[in-house]
Design a protein around this ligand. Structure first.
Ligand SMILES: [Cu+2]
Length: 127
């Protein structure tokens, strides 16, 4: 009887893990046609959030981010676009990339900045 529960638990874990993986799966095509559109966003990092926390663009857009911190040093990272910047207080960091994949990509603070650090995240949505 115990074995069955163990098996069910294992199945549940596999299910949850595969669900997490699917969330970050991206649809990409080899040929990306740039739309020629430039989407600019000013992002403010502070303990413990990004403002705005959701950025929406279209596939092929050139995305320009101007990121600043108003308190301590933060990080800004989007794994799928190989972005990982150090955002020091009061300095503007410019990030530019082409949104060449469709999907929802988490961005997050990559430098430990205090107790709420792990919750400091947002989303880049590419349609
Ligand atoms: Cu942080």
């Amino acid at each position: 009887m115990k074995r069955i529960w163990l098996l069910l638990l294992l199945l549940a874990i596999v299910f949850v893990v595969s669900g997490c993986i699917r969330q970050t799966t991206t649809i990409s095509s080899e040929q990306v046609q740039p739309t020629g559109e430039i989407k600019e966003f000013e992002i403010t990092a502070k303990q413990f959030s990004f403002e705005p926390s959701v950025i929406t663009v279209n596939k092929g857009d050139t995305v320009k981010l101007k990121i600043t911190s108003v308190d301590v040093t933060h990080g800004f990272a989007i794994n799928e676009f190989n972005i990982n910047e150090r955002i020091e207080r009061g300095k503007i960091v410019n990030v530019e990339f082409i949104a060449d994949k469709i999907g929802t990509f988490p961005f997050y603070c990559s430098i430990v900045c205090g107790t709420g650090h792990s919750g400091m995240r947002g989303e880049l949505i590419v349609k």
